[in-house]
Write a protein that binds this ligand. Sequence first.
Ligand SMILES: *Cc1c(COP(=O)(O)O)cnc(C)c1O
Length: 403
Amino acid sequence: MPGFEAFGEEERKHVNDVLDSGVLMRYGFDGMRNGHWKAKEFETAFAQRMQVEHCQLVSSGTSALTVALASAGVGAGDEVIMPVFTFVASFESIMMLGAVPVLVDIDDTLTLDPAAVEAAITDKTRCVMPVHMCGSMADLDALQAICDKHDLILLEDACQAIGGTYKGKPLGSYGDLGCFSFDFVKTITCGEGGAVITNNKQYAVHADQYQDHGHDHVGKDRGAETHPALGYNFRISELHAAVGLGQLSKFDHFLAKQKEHYTIMRNALEQVSGVTFRRVPDGGEENYSFLNFFLPSIELTQKAHKTLSEAGVDACFYWYTNNWHYINGWEHLRDLKALGNVPSEIRNQIQDLNATDFSASDAWMGRTISSLVKIGWSSEDVHERATKMAEVISEVLKKEYSL
Ligand SMILES: *Cc1c(COP(=O)(O)O)cnc(C)c1O
């Protein structure tokens, strides 16, 4: 996920436009801004690229999720179904609204298992939030069918799979709402930033208002605006939006490079018996930001991960023991450790995460290694890396099998 690998002239030009006028805010100051509206320009271009009607830029991917949920009317005591393999932002964004995260198993797609989702539905469920982890997507048709049947909102977290597609549609545009992150390690970056996309006019109006204190954005005098509902400040600055515009102009080039490098590594690993790959749902195309594969057992996977790192193959992740991305590392959530009181809806309704059985997810996560795909690698670098990965992994598997 390489935005930071390719920072250059394009970003500098847009940032300088903003610095030249000194208008660092996305709203107002019409006369001073030399005609530059970077946040608005980004929103128009991004909505078009994602083939949707509306885009709302915000300050981060985490705030995008909160804004999306709030826009759809999710509030205190509502349940939102999310996967156990994701980033901490998923439950943070839900709990920020007093809503209750309901954690369920993943399957061999490394995203929500539709059967686990269906089993978790109660009369309080309002939303299903698939997270398209590490470049590939959840089984969106199956999830949409469940949402239709139970009248639920489908909110895609596409923060790690921007540019991937499902049945011809960009990820994030399939559900009722889609969210993206432009933090520093995502495929395109603003430094910090995020976006909500939707084709729902009502959600778009709510998102626009909610992320700016509930301001209605009618007329030219901010002080005279009314507040149809309570909001918050999740605004992006013009400087961050300017960086994003530079990155957006190179987005398709980034995706093509990722695919090229992914394919070289994948071809090498396909030759190693014992290596299998994460399932991509029918009709889906990854964004190729990671190559994700399974080894035959937890022990072998841990050994291979260690050996890869000792052999100098960097940026291979073992999420199973990573504190950011899997339930095992979220003691603060499991024990509800907060600085102050946790809303009573959450305290009363949340499942006992220390006692819930996630062994179905452990069985996939314990055997998963994810290699980051960088675009800065030369063709020589990637080939060398691919060969080394295949050698190291065959060696580990061979040794174990012969014992
Ligand atoms: C990065 C990320 C987020 C949060 O984005 P920030 O911009 O860092 O707040 C949310 N979900 C997923 C899956 C992410 O990878």
